[in-house]
Design a protein around this ligand. Structure first.
Ligand code: CDP
Ligand code: MG
Length: 136
């Protein structure tokens, strides 16, 4: 079993798509292991996206990710990281395959509805960013 982190981002929470997105990942065979609704501080957003430091979208991304509530969700299934990226679709909703979360609920390359970890190692690190091991 592999672990990955889904985040339902502020635009999708405000757009009332929490239920739609959770249904899509459960239908795709994921088990929800831990979940909460929270709002990131600026410092937390900067740390979570530290890999993007220096890129032109780093600061705007922090503004956006702290603009409202988010729902981090720890997910497990076989091949979880790659499978979630598939269900999410491409970073840019305009390029995401039809029927994917970002194609359905994203509105721009920044406001793209949801996050998914990009490697097995980051799946473990990012789930640990939000959830303690006892919550699994
Ligand atoms: O989220 P994903 O792994 O698909 O993409 P990323 O390259 O790791 O970028 C992280 C997040 O930054 C994206 O999900 C977008 O919200 C945002 N982003 C942006 O605003 N402008 C870009 N040109 C690229 C990414
Ligand atoms: Mg990424």
């Amino acid at each position: 079993m592999e672990r990955t982190l889904l985040i339902i981002k502020p635009d999708a929470v405000a757009g009332r798509h929490i239920g739609d997105i959770l249904k899509m990942v459960v239908d795709a065979g994921f088990n929800i292991k831990a979940l909460r609704m929270t709002r990131l501080t600026r410092d937390q957003a900067a740390r979570f996206y530290a890999v993007h430091e220096g890129k032109p979208f780093y600061e705007p991304l922090q503004d956006y990710m702290t603009s409202g509530k988010i729902v981090p969700v720890a997910l497990e299934r076989e091949n979880a990281v790659a499978k979630l990226r598939e269900v999410l679709g491409a970073t840019d909703p305009a390029k995401a395959a039809p029927g994917t979360i970002r194609a359905l609920y994203g509105s721009s390359i920044e406001r793209n509805a949801a996050h998914g970890s990009d490697s097995v190692e980051n799946g473990l690190q990012e789930t640990a960013f939000f959830f303690g091991e006892s919550e699994f």
